[in-house]
Design a protein around this ligand. Structure first.
Ligand code: NAI
Length: 306
């Protein structure tokens, strides 16, 4: 058995009817997983629905000798999607949160509906499916969860205020779930992909799309969801054959004594120290900052885990 086999594993891939999700689902199935192919089957703007979209990918998987079941619920109803995994395959080992839509517009023109629908599908949808799977993963002492973020969330992108907020929110969620899930064998990571799909075909020129096959993202998704992977709480950019990890960088900053006057003038005088990345640090938890502030103030800032 290959060490990247998913034999006896049950994998839910949301939004698996097209693009990246379809590519992930086919590959997990090829590696022996029993796959729940979830897809609401609506438009790229989140209008309408159709069962035929998930059915088509299930047919592809079965045609290649794999095992899969179609599910056409919205990710907002995560309990139904997880129930589908339990009813058909008896367990759930992996959740790949991938479903997504776009409602792009400049912030000035953004409607409340554009804002809330994007938050609901991306952020609440990923919460909903993961939350429904969580108790089963905890009970079996094993789970892998993947969030699908975006460069728009990490860096910002004109016309995508709603999407950016949801997409970086997903990584915040992933980081906390990595902390909470770690002791129970649950690992949670985030990818920010770039790929040709119906979501990008209208914004990227054909020559660019030609190099960005979704299949070039899937190996990272599979790796992060494998038994072998030790990563958790990490975020990676991936696409067009490039895989790279991101991390936070923190300047050494400026420490101001409590007994000297700390006002905006004092801050401005030392602005260079605040923003210089010379000798930068790479904090990997909330404790790093608390430790520095604690040492500065002479106070024990350690917070006991709940
Ligand atoms: P896609 O449109 O080909 O696939 C998304 C799938 O999600 C569709 O099949 C759609 O029907 C499904 N879906 C939408 N709303 C759903 C809901 N409420 N419940 C269940 N399924 C639903 O798009 P693509 O590009 O494959 O996107 C996959 C993910 O990757 C999305 O989360 C997207 O935001 C993200 N992403 C894609 C990038 C790219 O370059 N293609 C860049 C950054 C992020």
């Amino acid at each position: 058995m290959s060490s990247y086999s998913f034999e006896n594993r049950v994998v839910i891939v949301t939004g698996a009817g097209n693009g990246l999700g379809r590519s992930h689902a086919l590959e997990f199935a090829r590696r022996g997983a029993k796959v729940v192919v979830n897809d609401l089957g609506g438009s790229g703007r989140g209008e309408g629905e159709s069962k035929s979209v998930s059915d088509r990918v299930v047919e592809e998987i079965r045609g290649a000798g794999g095992t899969a079941v179609a599910n056409a619920d919205s990710v907002e109803q995560g309990d139904k999607i997880v129930q589908c995994a339990l009813d058909n395959f008896g367990r759930v080992d992996v959740v790949v949160n991938n479903a997504g839509i776009l409602r792009d517009s400049s912030f000035q023109k953004m409607t409340d509906e554009d804002w809330s629908l994007i938050l609901r599908v991306h952020l609440t949808g990923s919460y909903s499916v993961t939350h429904a799977a969580w108790p089963y993963m905890r009970a079996q002492g094993y789970g892998r969860v993947l969030m699908t973020s975006s460069g728009a969330g990490i860096y910002g992108n004109f016309g995508q205020a709603n999407y950016s907020a949801a997409k970086l929110g997903l990584h915040g969620l992933a980081q906390t779930l990595a902390i909470e899930g770690g002791p129970r064998g649950i690992q949670v990571n985030t990818i920010a992909p770039i790929a040709a799909s119906r979501l990008t075909e209208t914004v990227m020129p054909p020559a660019m799309l030609a190099g960005l096959n979704p299949d070039l993202v899937t190996p990272l998704a599979v790796y992060l969801c494998s038994e072998n992977c030790a990563e958790s709480g990490q975020i990676f950019e991936v696409g067009g054959g490039w895989v790279t990890r991101l991390r936070w960088e923190q300047s050494r900053g400026a420490l101001f004594d409590a007994d000297t006057r700390f006002d905006v003038e004092a801050l401005a005088a030392r602005w260079q120290e605040v923003q210089s990345f010379e000798g930068a640090m790479h904090p990997d938890g909330i404790g790093n900052t608390l430790q520095i502030v604690g040492e500065h103030l002479g106070i024990d800032m350690e917070i006991a885990p709940q």
